[in-house]
Design a protein around this ligand. Structure first.
Ligand code: TYM
Length: 332
């Protein structure tokens, strides 16, 4: 039998999952579950690089698991686990820290952005975060890492670290490829279409969360910032608001930008915003309903993350042992 390729990705439970996390990442994971052996996790170790309220972090981690399943990741066919349950992530993260250069880590866009936003808490974890992410990835030797545009740079640094390690010790790590979707890789805030829709954004109006009620989703789209031209055409530079809405509508309905322009020719922005809002309500409705059902069954969720950690730990351990041997640690 032909061996399946491997796919892996994660999301930080540092805020409610948004339409951006869904269209940029999870939707593409679920669509490829059949073709690959898949590992998806809740990146709780990454979440604490920014201060979290412990009770919220715990709640969101479980909610995120329920949402993964509700988005179509069947736990029978995908390994779903909590990052901190597999200690090999932190262990390999340390080793890879010693193969990631200060200059490389300093150049990461996300580090620069997050340090500017959290000037009172620029901790070591925030700085070395990409080495931990490299460990998350390399432990499982994946072929593809499906992520949104903003995480591509971290996957590229993972390749640099892996290459450096392999050059020193032989072929230990497989080279992973970032897999970035053609439509939806960068969903922008509805109120400020020049900045990314983010989980942890303070102002609630610019984002849509997977668990939002239909009326809140419609309100968010009605308030979406557009421009004064009143024609619906894709032009990210000059029409960032309308282009963002077109991206969302395209990802939700499968229609191309040309089809959308034709569909709304001569119709106003109000009509378009309502149509985009409705498409998102219908896209998210089954996910919210299924997540709520799953969250009522904590025993089931626990069985899923336990089995996931066991399976993931087995694979992760194999890679870690190989790495420890290569760098010269005495076997236990
Ligand atoms: P995180 O938690 O910030 O985001 C999770 C995933 O969602 C994508 N994404 C978006 N895509 C499109 N538009 C948006 N507005 C948007 N916002 C978020 C992100 O690109 C990402 O794919 N460091 C990672 C988590 C992580 C990881 C890993 C990912 C930890 N270890 C190993 C892959 C492999 C992060 O903070 O993503």
């Amino acid at each position: 039998m032909e061996q399946k390729g491997i796919m892996l990705s994660g999301i930080k439970p540092s805020g409610e999952l948004t339409l951006g996390s869904y269209l940029g990442a999870i939707k593409n994971w679920a669509e490829r579950a059949d073709q690959f052996e898949c590992y998806y996790f809740m990146a709780d170790l990454h979440a604490i690089t920014v201060r979290q309220k412990p009770a919220d972090l715990r709640r969101r981690t479980l909610e995120q698991l329920a949402q993964y399943i509700a988005c179509g990741l069947d736990p029978e066919r995908n390994t779903l686990f909590i990052q901190s349950h597999v200690p090999q992530h932190a262990e390999l993260g340390w080793v890879l820290n010693c193969y990631a250069m200060f200059g490389e880590l300093s150049r990461m866009t996300q580090f620069k952005d997050k340090s500017a936003k959290n000037a009172d808490n620029i901790n070591g974890g925030l700085f070395t975060y990409p080495s931990l992410m490299a460990a998350d990835i390399l432990l499982y030797q994946p072929d593809y890492v499906p992520v949104g545009e903003d995480q591509k740079q971290h996957v590229e640094l993972t390749r640099t670290i892996a290459r450096r390690f392999n050059n020193l010790y032989g072929e230990v790590f497989k080279m992973p490829e970032p897999y970035v979707p053609k439509v939806g890789a960068r969903i922008m805030s509805l109120t400020d279409p020049t900045s990314k829709m983010s989980k942890s954004e303070d102002a609630d109006t610019g984002r849509v969360c997977l668990m939002d009620r239909p009326e809140d989703i419609m309100r968010a789209f009605k308030r979406a910032v557009t421009d004064s031209e009143n024609t619906i055409r894709f032009d990210r530079e000059n029409k960032p608001g309308i282009s963002n809405l077109m991206t969302i509508y395209s990802a939700a309905t499968g229609r191309s930008y040309e089809e959308i322009t034709r569909e709304f020719d001569g119709r106003g922005y109000g009509v378009f915003k309502t149509a985009v809002g409705e498409s998102v309500v219908e896209l998210l409705r089954p996910i919210r309903e299924q997540s709520e059902r799953l969250l009522a069954d904590k025993g089931y969720l626990e069985s899923v993350y336990r089995a996931g950690a066991e399976k993931a730990g087995h694979i992760a351990n194999k890679t870690l042992r190989k790495v420890y041997k290569k760098v010269g640690f005495v076997a236990r």
